[in-house]
Design a protein around this ligand. Structure first.
Ligand code: IMP
Length: 188
């Protein structure tokens, strides 16, 4: 089973190189710097998928005034049949977001349910502002009208792994982003 999945990853094509990702991170950091004009930001990374992106974005923001926290959610996507999914909070913030400018950092926006849940949750806690950034945007299966304020790269309609993205908790450590080759009988 594991070998079959390894084969699907190995034979899936590379979608974004480390260079593509690094350039996207630099672009987002520049836009954030310009938009917030020196006001302190609270970056909220969404575990686990955004862990590498959040780390690289922090580093790209250099000396910008920043505090950092993480939140973890589980998304239960119920398939592409329109029946919807559920999002559950697994780990809350350690720092109170009230009175702060929040920048939510997501790995990928697909159906949009996770981002919608997190934006609603954070906006209900009295922040000064909430914006979001996503390294990847998949526009094909959106179930609502949410969109990240900062998007790094437009993703193809394929299941992707690497740079934080997993398939069954594996492959997050691949430094670039690859496509998981669809299985003959089932696609995740
Ligand atoms: P959404 O609620 O469908 O937008 O789900 C977003 C979450 O689904 C992301 O934060 C990822 O964890 C996961 N996800 C969506 N597409 C992919 C993919 O291609 N590879 C790995 N995870 C994905």
């Amino acid at each position: 089973m594991t070998n079959a999945i390894d084969g699907r990853v190995a034979s899936g094509k590379q979608v974004f190189t480390e260079g593509d990702i690094a350039a996207a991170v630099v672009r987002i950091a520049a836009a954030v710097r310009a938009d917030y004009a020196g006001e302190e930001l609270m970056m909220v990374g969404v575990l686990k998928g955004a862990v590498l992106f959040a780390g690289d974005l922090m580093r790209a923001l250099g000396d910008y005034p920043l505090i950092v926290d993480f939140i973890a959610v589980n998304s239960y996507n119920t398939g592409r049949d329109g029946s919807g999914g559920q999002v559950r909070l697994l780990k809350d913030l350690d720092i109170d977001p009230a009175g702060r400018h929040i920048l939510l950092v997501e790995d990928i926006v697909d159906e949009g349910l996770t981002l919608e849940y997190l934006l609603t949750n954070l906006r209900s806690r009295g922040p000064l502002s909430v914006r979001s950034c996503a390294l990847l945007n998949k526009a094909y299966h959106r179930k609502n009208s949410v969109a990240a304020d900062y998007v790094g790269l437009e993703a193809p309609d394929a299941f992707l792994v690497g740079y934080g993205l997993d398939f069954q908790e594996r492959f997050r450590n691949i430094p670039h982003i690859r496509q998981l080759q669809p299985a003959r009988s089932s696609v995740p």
